[in-house]
Write a protein that binds this ligand. Structure first.
Ligand SMILES: Nc1nc2c(ncn2[C@@H]2O[C@H](COP(=O)(O)OP(=O)(O)OP(=O)(O)O)[C@@H](O)[C@H]2O)c(=O)[nH]1
Ligand SMILES: [Mg+2]
Length: 251
């Protein structure tokens, strides 16, 4: 099997977009949020405490709890996109990306599975020009002890699928903590709606010949009872997405 090819046209576009991008913040943080009243305030407060010129964009999709009210209390410190119906995490990220102004775009979930204080670990290599795509790996020191067995298994299989399909060795494909130089993410022309965001960006980053730099991060998994929305049905979708984007054309 041949290594995935980077479309020549895509390569050219990346180069030209770098010269024309409007970057008014160092970093745009996209926060997809669906009924996250128990954690959203703390997530935003901890993001605001970071020493970066941040644009924080929260995409609040059809939350029926206090998420919207809590977000309003931050006034113009953050930007909020509100939709009446949940459209999925991937669709939320696409909406947020449309108004992103940072040189770097990074995803922060609205729960506290990931520590906002670790965002600089992902963002700095891109701001310093040392990387274009950075993933926070949860598995640098083995599997997190509180992760459920099926999740451990799926994570292992996803990494295996990336190795087999794309000849790329990474340790954590499904991590939420992913940062991108914005022009690269825009170049991917994302089509995801739900949790296929992760496999789609992994596939397209590799197709665009971007080196994925991994940095170790901490992870505290939450349970379905605590609000986790991803379901086992998202696992086959993830594998299918990796396979589909291995061979499909994208502009
Ligand atoms: N705006 C929006 N956010 C969503 C939707 N579904 C999930 N989210 C948010 O996406 C984030 C991830 O959802 P989780 O349920 O924690 O799933 P997870 O297992 O952590 O999934 P990953 O982030 O892909 O690792 C959380 O902040 C959710 O609130 C949606 O339909 N719309
Ligand atoms: Mg989560």
């Amino acid at each position: 099997m041949q290594a995935p090819e980077q479309p020549a046209e895509a390569r050219k576009k990346v180069a030209t977009q770098m010269n024309t991008l409007v970057c008014t913040s160092d970093v745009t943080v996209l926060v997809p949020a669906l009924n996250e009243e128990s954690t959203i305030r703390e997530v935003i407060e901890r993001l605001l405490a970071l020493d970066f010129d941040l644009q924080i964009v929260v995409i609040n999709d059809g939350s029926t709890d206090e998420t919207g009210a809590i977000l309003s209390s931050f006034g113009d410190k953050i930007e909020v996109i509100t939709n009446s119906q949940p459209g999925g995490k991937g669709a939320a990220i696409r909406k947020g990306l449309a108004i992103a102004r940072g040189k770097v775009v990074v995803i922060q979930d609205a729960d506290l599975e990931y520590r906002p204080e670790e965002l600089p670990l992902l963002v700095k290599p891109i701001l310093d020009g040392k990387a274009t795509v950075v993933y926070g790996t949860r598995f640098a020191h083995g599997m997190p002890p509180h992760m459920a067995l099926p999740n451990k298994l799926v994570n292992k299989l996803l990494v295996g699928a990336v190795a087999v399909l794309y000849f790329q060795k990474i340790t954590d494909e499904a991590t939420c903590y992913k940062a991108f130089r914005r022009d690269i993410l825009v170049q991917m022309n994302l089509v995801c709606n739900r949790f296929e965001f992760c496999p789609e960006v992994t596939a397209k980053a590799i197709r665009l010949r971007q080196q994925i730099l991994e940095v170790p991060i901490h992870y505290e998994p939450r349970s379905k009872e605590a609000g986790k929305k991803i379901r086992w049905t998202d696992a086959p979708e993830a594998f299918w997405t990796l396979l589909r984007h291995r061979f499909s054309r994208f502009k």
